[in-house]
Design a protein around this ligand. Sequence first.
Ligand code: ARG
Length: 464
Amino acid sequence: MAQLWGGRFTKETDKLVYAFNASISFDKRFYRQDITGSIAHVTMLEKQGILTGEEKQAIIGGLEGILRDVEEGTLAITEEYEDIHSFVEAVLIERIGEPGKKLHTGRSRNDQVALDMKLYTREEVKETDNLVGELLEAILKIMDENLDTYMPGFTHLQKAQPVTLAHHMGAYFEMFWRDHIRLLGLYDRMNTCPLGSGALAGTTYPLDREYTARLLGFDGPTLNSMDGVSDRDYLVEFLSDLSLVMMHLSRFSEEIILWNSNEYQFVEIDDAYSTGSSIMPQKKNPDIAELVRGKTGRVYGALQALLTTMKGIPLAYNKDMQEDKEWAFDAMDTARGCVRLFTGMLETMEFHKDRMEASARHGFTNATDAADYLVNRGVAFRDAHGIVGQLVLTCIERGIALDELPLEEYQKICPVFEEDIYEAISLKTCVDKRVTIGAPGREAMEQVLKTYHKAMDNWKKDEK
Ligand code: ARG
């Protein structure tokens, strides 16, 4: 067992206590961030005259060696150390001797871990955002190709009014675009550097915190050292953002599961993203979509756990905060994996346009438009509603769609109907007459698509 604070204790810490306290099994995942932070710290210490040039060189050389060896697999991060910080420092001292003992000058593990977690999370925010970008591209492609693919729009899971596949997909574009905007905003809000906060009250060394902040790509240092070591708000925000991403993915998954069912057959999930049953040979199950839906709970759980952990913690650092990691890491891995797989599933999914259109035609989704037809010819809406209700009933009895009912039947119920009723209630008319912005009509959709493409292009430009 190797810990940094052995001097104050007389007997060996009980093994169980030690294991309970240790975090290396999970904080080893940010070894790279820990070393990057240390290199910035040492660079600053030398600039400020706290370390000599040789000491700095020796330490940085040692740290880079450790990084290389861990990455090449020749140096294992073993659990005999309490945490990743102790591991790196101990190996450094073992390798370079005296200068290694100066690495931790003007620093505490409290500001060190606050920095490591922030650096790690910041990268995750970026990567997740990029994956959300790929998902948005996939959705946009489906939209571009399906402006005239008619399908039923639902309320209460009942066919309601006709929309297009492009319009339906557009709702998800909106959701994931908001997710993207949230991640962007989070990146900006969280981008301050806690390094130099010390244990809680800064240090007496003349540290240049602006300098380390800049070296590490932050906008500046955190402005209160007590908050610097104990702020985990950004992580709560990230878990909340990921929960929303998962909620959106889960809703989308649920629809795909329905659409892929024998009853709907609106889509067919590619073989690569479905699995068979061990007993029922006819089955092809939408496992990936189901798993995405199922994993949503884990991510919500991580958010709840962190909120609960943080709520009772007095300032400043307390060991409770070590609990910010395991679930958060799990949530980050889960959400990232889900976005990636979902995008792949979507890109390879086949849409059965004919089935969608037939479903829209046979669900009386044009009933509102038939009523509007009468209203436009002077019938009061309430009366028109009743008349079309009767027509629907007749059609249900005969097992036909509204556009299959002969004109005489229309006129029997209401003489205002004329031959042009068929044109008025065609899916194309029903959709294309809805041209207020946000509606599924082609004209409105084309305008919206232009906005989406521009937004995506600007995003890609900003990346460069
Ligand atoms: N493993 C600890 C954590 O994750 C590192 C900070 C330790 N600081 C302390 N004062 N014990 O929070």
